[in-house]
Design a protein around this ligand. Structure first.
Ligand SMILES: *Cc1c(COP(=O)(O)O)cnc(C)c1O
Length: 298
């Protein structure tokens, strides 16, 4: 019998997740380093690039925990690190982790999104904070539907809106999903989410830059993907806001382990950092949400 089954049968809170103290120390140190690199980079960002004037808020750090065990996430979510935002790429893995881990975690789904998983994702992960990889009206509708069903199930009339980011393919690589920058499709999707999806909140735009471009990024050499996403955001805001009184505010989700500092300089509001915090990822076939407890049973 698995730990999860035991927990649900006994109606106890959650299965016990054991945190290795050495692992905790390593993870906490890595996280502290990333946090301080974020704040020192922020000081080099000029005022004009921030969405809200001179004092730009510190970009949100999403710790990308895909293919890493639940114990790693719990280690960083607990005090003293108290990391709130975690990012996952695979629906099944996120469903499993969200059942095991505290509801106070703010999950981000950042991976390739299949239409047939959207409603389940939005319905079952009640603490899903954002879906960052939305690229069609169909997926937006299904997420909207799922979140609506969750709200009625929990009998809360004022369930929190599900934040969504639209993924933009700034590098034009065929292997990347996302809508073309400054395209009519992008504008249509923005309007669709705003007007037709009452359970969703359009939070911003997201890109995964090309690896070659992040490697070419130096302090003098800006990353074209990040410039492109920022210009696309400004363009969308201009298109949508003209005529109406209130200005649309859209965040930029850009920057990963290799290039988050360059992204912050370019105005990123959210960086998604995985391997620099958690180390190399195992192949998907070897990833485990719960580590073996065989040793404890003996
Ligand atoms: C895996 C992943 C990340 C994190 O990548 P690292 O290079 O490990 O920091 C960020 N964003 C997305 C969309 C990802 O799939």
């Amino acid at each position: 019998m698995s730990a999860a089954e035991t927990a649900s049968e006994n109606n106890t809170e959650m299965p016990k997740i054991t945190i290795n103290p050495q692992r905790l120390e390593t993870l906490a140190q890595n996280l502290t380093q990333i946090r301080s690199r974020i704040s020192s980079t922020l000081q080099t960002r000029t005022g004009s690039l921030s969405t809200s004037g001179e004092n730009s808020p510190t970009p949100r750090l999403v710790a990308v925990s895909k293919l890493k065990p639940a114990s790693d996430i719990l280690a960083l979510h607990n005090q003293p690190s108290e990391q709130l935002h975690f990012g996952e790429n695979y629906v099944q893995e996120l469903l499993e982790k969200s059942r095991l881990l505290p509801r106070s975690i703010r999950w981000h789904f950042i991976g390739g999104l299949q239409s047939n998983k959207c409603a389940q994702l939005a319905r079952e992960v009640s603490n899903l904070w954002a879906v960052e990889s939305v690229d069609s009206t169909k997926k937006a509708d299904l997420l909207n539907k799922g979140r609506g069903e969750a709200a009625s199930k929990h009998e809360k009339s004022q369930e929190e809106l599900l934040r969504v980011f639209i993924q933009v393919n700034t590098s034009g690589e065929e292997s990347k999903s996302g809508l073309p920058p400054k395209s009519s499709e992008l504008l249509e999707l923005v309007k669709h989410i705003q007007n037709k999806c009452s359970n969703l909140k359009l939070q911003g735009l997201m890109t995964i830059g090309a690896i070659a471009r992040s490697q070419a990024t130096t302090p003098e050499n800006e990353n074209e993907d990040f410039v492109c996403l920022r210009e696309t955001r400004d363009w969308v805001v201009e298109q949508i806001s003209s005529g109406s009184g209130d200005k649309l505010e859209l965040e930029l989700s850009m920057g990963m382990s290799e290039d988050f500092e360059g992204a912050i300089v370019q105005g990123s509001d959210e960086v998604r950092v995985g391997s620099t915090i958690f180390g190399e990822r195992p192949p998907k076939s070897e990833a485990k949400v719960l580590e073996d407890t065989e040793a404890e049973k003996k």
